[in-house]
Design a protein. Structure first.
Length: 245
């Protein structure tokens, strides 16, 4: 294991009842790099990242942040470590504005009164970092899915996340929206954010991935560089061809 990783899942295991979903999986997240998780539906990708997000605790194995073993019993603990997770199911409040969503749980106050100007300022700065030109007074429910995802990423940035986890973020996006998301990912790479990106599309992996962690039935088959030949990735020893759409 290299020791300059921001975050390491070290041989983590997770069972639900008698079913072992994750069996000694190891994933590293590095500053300014994208670690892809690749695997068919049900392989355990979401379960794995939920151990970093504070949704599930591993039954065995360790989680290391900056080389130190940490416990992540809940989402607050995950956020406190500088980890932000964009789940497959988005977590914004549709009736609230972009600014309210971005500052949710840490609304700036002045003399006990909500400081809406400061709130909009925080939101605008976060949106600017991503080159997003949306009115922060817009209710999130009026945005399309891709824009909502970007608002979630903006929220993560305004919390100074060092690790950003994206669980199948491209699944419901158009080609143009994916291109925009990838430019955001590249901006974040340049800012030194370490990312975990779950996907099953080989072309996407080649475009933005640095490392690919191949997962099958909760077991790690291999970690390879993202520029590995496609036929190498789908080789039966790495993946079952059945998982390709
Ligand atoms: N909370 C849970 N309780 C019981 N089984 C679960 C739970 N979450 C996931 N699983 C099971 O674990 C396996 C892996 O699921 P998941 O991590 O969602 O896979 P992926 O994200 O790779 O599609 C599946 O068989 C799923 O049914
Ligand atoms: Mg999943």
């Amino acid at each position: 294991m290299s020791n300059d990783a921001l975050l390491v899942l070290d041989k983590v295991c997770k069972s639900f009842g008698s079913v072992q979903v994750i069996d000694e999986a190891t994933v590293e997240v590095h500053a300014g790099k994208v670690s892809v998780l690749l695997g068919e539906n049900g392989a355990g990708k979401s379960t794995l990242i939920k151990m970093i997000a504070g949704v599930h605790e591993p039954d065995a194995g360790r989680i290391l942040m900056d080389g130190n073993a940490v416990k992540i019993p809940n989402t607050k603990a995950s956020e406190a470590l500088g980890i932000a997770t964009i789940h497959q199911e988005l977590n914004l409040v549709p009736s609230m504005t972009i600014a309210e969503n971005i500052t949710l749980g840490r609304v700036p106050r002045k003399f006990g009164i909500i400081n809406r100007r400061a709130m909009r300022q925080i939101a605008r700065e976060a949106m600017d970092k991503l080159g997003l030109n949306l009115d922060v007074n817009t209710p999130v429910g009026e945005l399309g899915l891709a824009q909502q995802q970007l608002v979630e990423i903006a929220k993560a940035l305004s919390l100074d996340a060092r690790v950003l986890i994206l669980d199948e973020p491209t699944a419901a996006l158009t080609k143009a929206e994916i291109a925009h998301l990838f430019s955001v990912v590249n901006t974040l790479k340049a800012q030194g954010v370490g990312m975990v990106f779950i996907s099953h599309h080989l072309d996407e992996i080649a475009e933005i991935g640095d490392f690919v962690n191949v997962l099958r039935d909760g077991k790690f088959i291999a970690t390879v560089l993202a520029d590995t030949e496609e036929n190498e990735l789908v080789r039966p020893t790495l993946m079952q061809p059945a998982c390709w759409p």
